[in-house]
Design a protein around this ligand. Structure first.
Ligand SMILES: [Zn+2]
Length: 311
């Protein structure tokens, strides 16, 4: 089809993408394979070869735009002035396959199956995860758990804040997956064990605990989201190499309680098993027969509600 070779968003297509769901995001096609999405003050340059996908260019650009909007909702703005996104095709595959984000550029490379469907884009978390990485400084290798933990923990929350996943789904997935971050036999603290579970979900456990503790210490006026906005406001984007101590200090300064530094001191060298069952009970979340039940008289119910509420 001609459209796939020579895509220029027509006025109608731009309007369709821009109406309601995408807020202020505008996009323009620079040539047949590079596109620009404008999100607030930021520019997302997207490159792909339309012929390589069953999906239309507006579908792919709409998917990226919605992720930009979720991440902007979480951080208060899109975290970097400019990012380039390369969408690579995986022949004979469907769905979104993988993504990686680099500080140099900065740039995101994301692999999408040739036969990916609109439905698969609609339920994708990968591109939101990648864009969340843009809003935190680059860390030395032993601290990658904090970069991944933030992206894993904040991704569903960011999407819930713009209404593309439900609050039930956020907590249901946490109950299902969070235990994968617990230390196993022989594991060390978060800085000392670099397995997939400890890096992604161990980091997410750190973020959940930090979020709850900040909210407990501030009478629920601030949470991890406020702390991370503080890191970003201090200039902490993926384009910059920071020490973990400096990053956590910037977050603590923003919420005026030293929760991040304290929690890091507890968990960096020591493998701490968290009683997640007890935590879910206190938060008032319970999964039963494939659906979520929220207990609004649970001791941390107000904190649980605040975590997913749009800021
Ligand atoms: Zn990641």
């Amino acid at each position: 089809m001609i459209l796939s070779n020579m895509f220029t968003p027509s006025r109608r297509e731009v309007l369709a993408l821009g109406a309601g769901a995408l807020g202020s995001i505008r996009l323009t096609a620079a040539d047949s394979q590079t596109f620009q999405i404008t999100s607030g003050e930021s520019t997302i340059e997207v490159a792909f070869t339309p012929d390589e996908f069953d999906l239309s260019p507006p579908a792919i650009l709409g998917w990226i735009s919605i992720a930009a909007r979720a991440v902007s909702a979480y951080y208060g703005r899109f975290p970097v002035a400019r990012v380039s996104v390369r969408v690579r095709a995986a022949p004979d595959r469907a769905g979104v396959v993988s993504g990686t984000t680099y500080g140099e550029g900065p740039r995101t490379v994301i692999t999408v199956g040739r036969h990916c469907t609109q439905r698969q884009l609609d339920s994708d978390w990968t591109i939101t995860h990648e864009f969340l990485h843009l809003g935190f400084p680059n860390m030395p290798r032993q601290h990658h758990w904090i970069e991944e933990g933030i992206a894993v923990y904040a991704e569903p929350i960011a999407r819930a804040q713009i209404g593309t996943v439900t609050v039930e789904q956020v907590w249901g997935d946490m109950i299902r997956d969070m235990h994968q971050g617990q230390p196993g036999p022989g594991d060390r603290g978060l800085d000392g064990t670099h397995t997939w579970g400890r890096t992604y979900w161990g980091g997410a456990i750190f973020c959940l605990l930090a979020d709850i503790r900040i909210r407990e210490r501030t009478s629920n006026r601030a949470g991890l989201q406020h702390a991370l906005r503080g890191v970003l406001a201090a200039g902490g984007t993926i384009e910059h190499d920071w020490s973990i101590d400096d990053a956590l200090a910037a977050g603590d300064a923003a919420v005026k309680v030293p929760v991040l530094a304290g929690l890091y001191a507890e968990m960096k060298d020591t493998p701490i098993v968290i009683d997640l069952e007890e935590l879910w009970k206190k938060l008032g979340v319970q999964g039963a027969n494939g659906r979520m039940i929220f207990q609004n008289d649970a001791p941390l119910a107000a904190i649980r509600e605040a975590i997913t509420k749009p800021l």
